[in-house]
Design a protein around this ligand. Structure first.
Ligand SMILES: [Zn+2]
Length: 591
């Protein structure tokens, strides 16, 4: 069996998608969820266990298990094959593409480097300062294991030498970002020396880069933190630190806490608060938030108490709102710097606070009002300058009005005046997302009926012939639907054996899938099959037939109606042109 088919046979699309989304049963074999590919409030994302496909009626995204994981994980096809192959226990031969190969080798280098640094930390005599430092910060051996923390020895080329011995080339080590070419041009040096090494892992747990932290007291012009450069496998703006370990806890808590520093994440894990990640010290990017969106719709910001922390948080909040996240915040006590600090001083308070998030606007109000005097006109102006832009970003009208009213009563200003102050900004604040996604095909009533009928040809082998015989191609004006029907007829007549069985759907789908130029038809095929599945579910064979006949009646009635309106239009044109002969002819046709 082709490994792709083998994976399909072993993995159920409902189970795989269920790991990412909360699926609610819809009918006997169907499930529904909020679409992860576009922002929506009611579920138009459908999964069919019978057909092993998904389709979103809102944005048009759809496909099989491979398409889903590809889109969710941002993987290319060979990567999905490896990923799902592992899940299904199907052995997949290594990547055949050169880029895939290089990526695999770079990950291999990082895996070896991680164990190298770990070993140095635990057993080298030169790393006792690092061990002491970690112990002082309360980073236990369990945490060191969980985050695979290590130490880069104070040596020019110890890691490079070890990796070269394992058969990697100098060029590969440089490409991985772990070695630097010597100025002389001959040989390489280690990039990280005498630093505590924190592996940066992607959401699957693969190490793709490192952060190296200087030991206290070391030469300060080298920078406290040194990070891996951007490589083929490490993109700073795409990595969410700690996500690989947070996934399970996100499901339990239905939200994710975003902090600034990687060590905040480590500290929080120490006391079992595991639904935490770090933005690695910068403002969150759209890519990071899109990645997070695969796992939850609620983000809780917990940034440092300084002004830089708030600025970073605000940028992240703007993007998060545009991606329809529910945005909340945790307010740290005034006497601590960051979550790490809090865990060290008072772990129980952090445990409690992690469950007590407040709406982000509430947080912003509290912070803006802190140490300000509402009776002072200058303060009033500052308060409104800080809060109005944030309020204007809220897309939900009810929520926006709520905060606007709160601000109005606080400043004692007429609500209507404040409303006009934010109005011009409203449209601008909506950031367009998913620019490359497909669009749903917009259909009129007649076309929808046609899709159900075509869907019943696909799904229902008992009535397949009955529908085919009655459905005339000439009734279909919609070009793509007509093409789909033509294609199905060809598929039917080319292999009557299969056409009589349940496998007809899979056969037609595979044929369309193997031809990239037929992507639109594939999407239509999935749509019609899913619509029909919903319409005919739980119906007895007799009621199925009644339902089909009703559909045909509707189809013919709408068809007559549309033909009549075309005639009427022509009649008006003929009347305007004074063409008596044409008018008489059209009149007789209309009657
Ligand atoms: Zn969608």
């Amino acid at each position: 069996m082709d490994p792709k088919d083998e994976i399909k046979a072993k993995l159920d699309i409902v189970a795989v998608i269920g790991e990412y989304l909360e699926l609610k049963p819809a009918g006997m074999h169907g499930f529904r969820a909020l679409c992860p590919f576009h922002a929506e409030k009611s579920a138009s994302f459908h999964v069919s266990s019978d057909r092993q496909i998904f389709h979103c009626f809102g944005c048009g995204e759809g496909g099989d298990i491979f398409t889903f994981v590809q889109k969710m994980e941002g993987m290319d096809f060979p990567e999905v094959l490896m990923h799902l192959g592992q899940k299904a226990g199907v052995e997949i031969k290594r990547f055949s593409t050169t880029e895939g190969n290089t990526k695999q080798r770079l990950m291999g280098i990082h895996e070896l480097a991680t164990s190298f640094y770990k070993k140095v930390l635990s057993s080298s005599s030169g790393s006792h300062v690092a061990r002491e430092y970690l112990a002082n910060r309360g980073i236990t051996s369990e945490l060191i294991d969980r985050f695979e923390i290590g130490f880069a020895p104070d040596d020019w080329s110890m890691l490079s030498d070890a990796l070269l011995k394992r058969g990697f080339s100098e060029a590969e080590l440089v490409q991985a970002g772990l070695s630097i070419k010597k100025k002389s041009g001959i040989g390489v040096l280690d990039r990280f020396r005498a630093r505590i090494m924190i592996p940066l892992r992607d959401q699957h747990g693969n190490t793709v880069g490192f952060t190296g932290r200087q030991l206290p007291g070391a030469d300060s012009n080298m920078g406290k933190y040194v990070n891996s450069p951007e490589t083929l496998i490490y993109h700073k703006g795409r990595l969410v630190y700690g996500l690989d370990l947070a996934k399970r806890a996100i499901k339990d808590h239905k939200c994710l806490i975003i902090m600034e520093g990687n060590l905040d994440v480590v500290a929080s894990n120490k006391i079992g608060v595991q639904h935490v990640v770090a933005s690695s010290g910068t403002a969150l990017t759209q890519e990071q938030l899109e990645l997070i969106k695969r796992y939850t719709d609620t983000v809780v910001f917990c940034f440092d108490r300084d002004a830089a922390g708030l600025t970073a948080a605000k940028k992240g909040v703007t993007i998060a709102r545009s991606l329809s996240f529910d945005v909340r915040a945790i307010s740290l006590p005034t006497d601590v710097k960051d979550p790490d600090d809090l865990v060290q001083k008072n772990p129980e308070v952090w445990k409690k606070l992690s469950n007590e998030s407040i709406p982000f606007m509430q947080y912003l109000f509290d912070r803006t009002l802190f140490s300000r005097d509402i009776s002072n006109v200058d303060h009033k102006r500052l308060i409104s300058q800080e809060l109005l832009p944030a309020i204007s970003e809220i897309s939900d009208v009810v929520e926006r009005e709520h905060w606007l009213a709160k601000l109005a009563s606080l400043l004692n200003i007429d609500l209507a005046i404040l409303r006009t102050a934010i109005h011009p900004k409203l449209e601008k604040s909506v950031i367009k997302t998913n620019t490359n996604s497909v669009h749903p095909i917009k259909l009129g009533k007649k076309d929808q009926v046609l899709l159900v009928l075509i869907g019943s040809i696909l799904n229902d082998e008992l009535n397949r012939d009955y529908v085919r015989k009655q459905l005339e191609l000439t009734v279909i004006d919609h070009e793509q639907i007509a093409n789909l029907y033509k294609f199905l007829e060809e598929t039917y007549t080319s292999d009557i054996e299969t056409a009589k069985t349940k496998s007809f759907f899979a056969k037609a789908r595979n044929l369309l899938q193997s031809d990239p130029s037929k992507e639109t038809l594939l999407s239509l095929l999935d749509q019609s099959s899913l619509i029909a599945e919903q319409q005919f579910e739980n119906l007895s064979p007799a009621s199925c037939l009644t339902q089909l006949n009703t559909l045909f009646e509707t189809l013919h009635a709408t068809d007559r109606q549309s033909k009549r309106s075309i005639l009427a239009q022509k009649l008006r044109q003929a009347e305007d042109a004074g063409d008596v002969e044409a008018v008489n002819k059209l009149l007789s046709e209309l009657n």
